[in-house]
Design a protein around this ligand. Structure first.
Ligand code: SF4
Ligand code: SF4
Length: 181
């Protein structure tokens, strides 16, 4: 089985928005629609304060609450555990937006559908030997790694162990994006 996931190392993220810009271009999104949002945080206490940019996007939760509440089946868990949205089935009710605890779904005024990060699944499914995605390629500091969580020898799985990467919100959901902070 393949279970796609990602690591984001925020200690290397400089908050340049290159991943978001590349994602918007890749997905033909307007400037105000984005699949990646950022939280700017300050950690520590004076004088040892650190600024942290935390890119957030769909975590492709294994127990996705957005899928459970979708009344039409538009939101579903697809191949490789990628959470998908079938825009032809989406009626724009936004139940999924309310259910997502990470606030990473967006309503597209043009299509009327709710959208989110797709893990670039069209490319990934067609190129299983070299799975990658636009945000990973665009990141100027290399803080993103994509791979198969069920392959203990892949770069992603090794990095999660070596860097002690964890989901951003503990066990709030079973997220498949792991963060180094
Ligand atoms: Fe659904 Fe939000 Fe989880 Fe993505 S992060 S699978 S949109 S609940
Ligand atoms: Fe955008 Fe692809 Fe990154 Fe998802 S994985 S945020 S679609 S670039």
């Amino acid at each position: 089985m393949t279970r796609y996931g990602m690591l984001i190392d925020t200690t290397n993220c400089i908050g340049c928005y290159a991943c978001r810009t590349a994602c918007q271009r890749q997905n033909g999104l307007d400037a105000e629609v984005d699949y990646i949002r950022y939280e700017e945080r300050e950690t520590g206490t004076l004088p040892n304060v650190r600024h942290e940019s935390v890119p957030l996007q769909c975590m492709h939760c294994e127990d996705a609450p957005c899928v459970s509440v979708c009344p039409t089946g538009a939101s579903a868990i697809g191949e490789g555990g990628v959470v998908t949205v079938d825009e032809s089935k989406c009626i724009g009710c936004r139940y999924c937006m309310a259910a997502c605890p990470y606030q990473v779904r967006v309503h597209n005024k043009v299509s009327g559908a709710v959208e989110k990060c797709k893990f670039c699944h069209h490319w990934v499914y067609e190129h299983p030997e070299t799975p990658s995605n636009t945000c990973v390629t665009a990141c100027v500091t290399g803080c993103r790694i994509f791979g198969d969580l069920d392959d203990p020898d892949c770069e992603l799985s090794r990095a999660i162990v070596e860097k002690n990467a964890l989901p951003i919100a503990g066990d709030l959901t079973t997220a498949k994006i792991f963060y180094v902070r």
